[in-house]
Design a protein around this ligand. Structure first.
Ligand SMILES: Nc1nc2c(c(=O)[nH]1)N[C@H]1C(S)=C(S)[C@@H](COP(=O)(O)OP(=O)(O)OC[C@H]3O[C@@H](n4cnc5c(=O)[nH]c(N)nc54)[C@H](O)[C@@H]3O)O[C@H]1N2
Ligand SMILES: Nc1nc2c(c(=O)[nH]1)N[C@H]1C(S)=C(S)[C@@H](COP(=O)(O)OP(=O)(O)OC[C@H]3O[C@@H](n4cnc5c(=O)[nH]c(N)nc54)[C@H](O)[C@@H]3O)O[C@H]1N2
Ligand code: SF4
Ligand SMILES: [Mo]
Length: 684
């Protein structure tokens, strides 16, 4: 007998709807769910072919693993949690609660977003960190400083859709929350409505091949382009006068401030012509309504927050805000906040990046390595692989090795888990309950992740494992949930539904269809309640009140030794460091490549397929070169593109973050420059 279970994929943010078919207790087939309002039957290759092999993977961690002199030993949950609890409590007795860090990765699943967070607060620590400084948090900080929220592109009515630093064809990341069918259907939908699609990206990516216009600017120079666009739009009076008059503050200041940022000035920085910059500014201001999607290509550069403030200002100046076909404020299903997340902050605590939401990972790494008495000594890593994804892999590794206790919660012994004292096996997405919220023009809805089979081996769903650890430490009184089901019940309650409702209905709408121009009746979520072209909040925190371009000083010695600009890319078949141990997925691209411009390659005697060494001031890696017209990725002249995500014990391939620098940071968000590093390439 075949049973069908409706659930959602856990492999990336898109969380596509899928049907898992079970026969005799075993998952035998995965299909797209045609009734899922977001994905409408779509599943990508890794979702379709990777989900079952992950569950039945022979290398999955089957029991907790404890490091001993003889390597990892399989132990019972009781022994594992007893070990962690004893260590944590003895460290807390000696040094206080601020020794504990909780670190998470990309919040693909809400289980990963929240696991062990309640424990952190219950323990008494506020050191919650994540990869957020590399992913979306700097963008959100910049854009929301302008209008208090992020505006989702409304593709259904738009005349001009701009993808700014995003490779959406591969990542399906063209909205942050909303539900629209997968991206391959979105471009035809925009065109069918008479709209045009533009991509701003230094690299000829897979997406560049599909858009109406590709704007190849120099790496990391988007702020100059955006500021010059503001200059043109204000100078030629192309802004929405009525909107600016009624709903914004600081326009005159912005006008004065951006007078210096001429298209001629920006041309020298971006490599685009001044005419192109003027045309593009005019196009965005007049072909209305228009949307801007800010992609992850803007993160991991050291002026990301300022760039995204300027993008927010472009959106507001042109009145492309909260109107059909523009960037729209979507409603969001109400969810609970874990009770210990908002612990009272220590008023004497001076945050090094005061406007950044979390405790930034680079600061945690610095502070572990400081060896001061007050420093993080224990870390629980969940749903993340910091040893590979943070800049300066060698320094990250030293910091993780410097901890008195490293607990890693994962499915495999990853590059990070290899360094751990204790590894805890999580149930996979098909063996546990979870949920996710989606916003859409039709309203916001929750979708259920259904437990399709019981967890294999000794693996345990995250909140159950967390509660058991809390019990071992006598912290269970802080818990309104004991397992995943109760956690969901707690989280969705503010929307007026329960876990039982979600289990029965699987998709539950909780808000009305989107309403436009809410700014006419409601204050924006900025300090002034209006769009802020001038931010007192930034000024008070010691930053420029308006986005300001910082010249990047070039070190001549470095430039001579490392004349190329390196950047990185996410090969679309994978999600970050995952899935390279799943042959059904990894056969598509088993190796990482370095993609080069034909002229740069020729000068160095490098051909398509040559084995090369890429060296930066931080380190060296070796990999195969890809060059030429026929390859899917085109590197700009003086630029090389290195594939990101390899370096786990099973793939034994080069990790790009050996090359990146963790000291070169965005002064507002702490974002490191994983997307831009000086390098040299040599044929081996
Ligand atoms: N140079 C460079 N660096 C980058 C990037 C880049 O493009 N270039 N991208 C950056 C970005 S955008 C991001 S978001 C980060 C990503 O950083 P991470 O989120 O840390 O990277 P992942 O590889 O997704 O790590 C997820 C880990 O969680 C595990 N995992 C998967 N599913 C589960 C689960 O259900 N439960 C548990 N407990 N564990 C699970 C996986 O096995 C894997 O080890 O990397 C950043 N770093
Ligand atoms: N298949 C797949 N899907 C994913 C992920 C994955 O690993 N694999 N990861 C998920 C996550 S966590 C994230 S954050 C998103 C990321 O999804 P996207 O937002 O689409 O970001 P990236 O794929 O990193 O692509 C960014 C593009 O920005 C370009 N870029 C680099 N530097 C610059 C610059 O200075 N300026 C401009 N304008 N562009 C630049 C790069 O060349 C690249 O083509 O995807 C999510 N979805
Ligand atoms: S991995 Fe593929 S199938 Fe799974 S959620 Fe992401 S896009 Fe959808
Ligand atoms: Mo990300």
């Amino acid at each position: 007998m075949t049973e069908n279970f409706r659930t959602i994929c856990s492999f990336c943010h898109a969380s596509c709807g899928m049907i898992a078919q079970v026969e005799a207790g075993k998952i035998v087939r995965i299909k797209g769910d045609p009734d899922n309002p977001s994905s409408r039957g779509y599943l990508c290759k890794r979702g379709m072919e990777g989900n079952i092999p992950l569950v039945y993977h022979p290398d999955r961690i089957k029991t907790p693993l404890l490091r001993t002199k003889k390597g990892f030993q399989e132990v019972s949950w009781d022994e594992a949690l007893g070990f962690a609890a004893d260590k944590l409590l003895s460290l807390r007795n000696k040094y206080g609660p601020k020794i504990l860090v909780r670190a998470s990765g990309a919040p693909y699943t809400y289980e990963g977003r929240d696991a062990f967070l309640q424990l952190l607060g219950a323990f008494g620590s506020t050191l919650n960190t994540s990869v957020g400084h590399l992913c979306s948090r700097p963008r959100q900080l910049g854009i929301s400083s302008v209008f208090g929220d992020i505006g989702e592109p409304d593709y259904t009515h738009t005349k001009l859709a701009i993808f700014w630093g995003a490779n959406v064809v591969e990542t399906n990341r063209y909205t942050r929350h909303s539900s629209t069918p997968n991206f391959s259907k979105t471009i035809p939908m925009i065109r069918a409505g008479g709209g045009k699609v533009v991509l701003i990206d230094p690299i000829r990516s897979e997406t560049a091949a599909l858009v109406d216009e590709w704007v190849p600017l120099r790496l990391g120079t988007d702020l100059a382009l955006a500021l010059a666009m503001i200059h043109v739009i204000i100078g030629e009076e192309l802004y929405d006068w009525e909107f600016v008059q009624n709903y914004t503050i600081g326009f005159e200041d912005l006008k004065k401030h951006t007078f210096q940022y001429t298209p001629e000035w920006a041309a020298g920085i971006t490599g685009l012509s001044s005419e192109k910059i003027k045309d593009f500014a005019r196009q965005y201001a007049t072909e209305k309504p228009a949307t801007i999607y800010d992609g992850n290509g803007l993160d991991m550069h050291t002026q990301c927050v300022e760039t995204c403030r300027a993008l927010g200002m472009l959106i507001a100046l042109t009145g492309n805000l909260d109107r059909p076909g523009a960037n729209v404020f979507m409603d969001w299903s109400k969810q609970n906040v874990l009770p210990t997340v908002n612990l009272p902050k220590d008023p004497t605590e001076k945050k090094p990046y005061p406007l950044f939401m979390d405790y930034p990972f680079p600061v945690i790494i610095d502070s572990i390595l400081s060896n001061q008495e007050e420093r993080p000594m224990a870390m629980i890593v969940t749903n993340s692989n910091p040893a590979l994804v943070l800049a300066n892999a060698e320094r990250t590794r030293s910091a993780l090795q410097n901890l008195d206790l490293l607990v890693v919660h994962d499915h495999f012994v990853t590059a990070t888990a290899e360094l751990a004292h204790l590894v805890l096996p999580d149930a996979t997405g098909l063996e546990r309950f979870g949920y996710r919220a989606f916003s859409s023009a039709q309203g916001c809805f929750f979708a259920l992740r259904r437990k399709v089979i019981e967890p294999l081996y000794e693996s345990r769903a995250g909140f159950e494992a967390e509660y058991a650890l809390a019990q071992k430490m006598g912290l269970e009184k802080h818990y309104p949930f004991k397992n995943n089901e109760e956690w969901i019940d707690f989280m969705v309650k503010p929307s007026g539904i329960s876990f039982a409702d979600l289990k029965e209905q699987e998709i539950v709408y909780t808000t009305a269809p989107v309403a436009y121009e809410k700014f006419k009746t409601k204050k924006l979520l900025t300090p002034s309640g209006k769009v802020e072209f001038f931010s007192e909040k930034f000024q008070k925190a010691g930053y420029d009140p308006m986005p300001t371009f910082r010249e990047i000083e070039e070190d001549k010695v470095i430039k001579q030794k490392f004349p190329l600009s390196g950047t990185s890319r996410k090969p679309g078949i994978y999600s970050h460091t995952k899935h390279r141990n799943i042959p059904e997925v990894s056969k598509v691209q088993p190796e990482p490549f370095v993609w080069m411009h034909p002229e740069d390659a020729k000068e160095r005697g490098i051909e398509n397929g040559s084995w090369v060494e890429v060296e930066s001031p931080q380190g060296k890696i070796e990999l195969e070169a890809r060059i030429g017209e026929g390859v899917p990725i085109g590197a700009p002249k003086w630029g090389v593109v290195v594939d990101f995500g390899w370096g786990n014990p099973w793939d034994k391939r080069a990790n790009i973050n050996v090359l990146t620098d963790d000291q070169d940071r965005d002064p507002i968000s702490s974002g490191t420059s994983n997307r831009l590093f000086p390098c040299q390439v040599r044929k081996k």
